[in-house]
Write a new protein. Structure first.
Length: 122
């Protein structure tokens, strides 16, 4: 993983957001965290990230809606989606929206790292 790789975490659950940021920081990634899709979109530097991790179900814009908005803006950043919801249709919609990985909460740290490493240049 290049030291310059950056990851944006969009997660409304404070404890999970903090845990993901801590994990990625310990692995040497530059990490920015956002409590909502709207705050991510409001930050112009957010679109300069190498990978986005977003919850699917959040107040306001969902992770799927965030991905659709990024597509309309021409942002090609890989998006990993996480969710506590178990409906297969939701997972299918997330994949259909272009998510490179969809992880079921609670997920193993290794699964998240594997998804990130799969989309970032070696």
């Amino acid at each position: 993983m290049p030291l310059s790789s950056s990851v944006s975490v969009v997660e409304d659950d404070d404890s999970l957001r903090i845990a993901i940021v801590g994990l990625l920081d310990s692995l040497g990634y530059r990490v920015k965290a956002y409590a909502s899709a709207e705050t991510f979109l409001d930050d112009p530097s957010g679109r300069e990230t190498d990978c986005i991790i977003t919850d699917i179900q959040m107040p306001g814009l969902t992770g799927i809606e965030l991905k659709q908005r990024l597509d309309r803006l021409g942002v090609k950043t890989p998006v990993i989606m996480v969710t506590a919801r178990t409906e297969l249709s939701l997972h299918a919609r997330a994949k259909a929206s272009g998510a490179v990985c969809v992880l079921q909460k609670p997920f193993q740290e290794a699964d998240l790292v594997r998804c990130i490493e799969g989309v970032l240049p070696a």
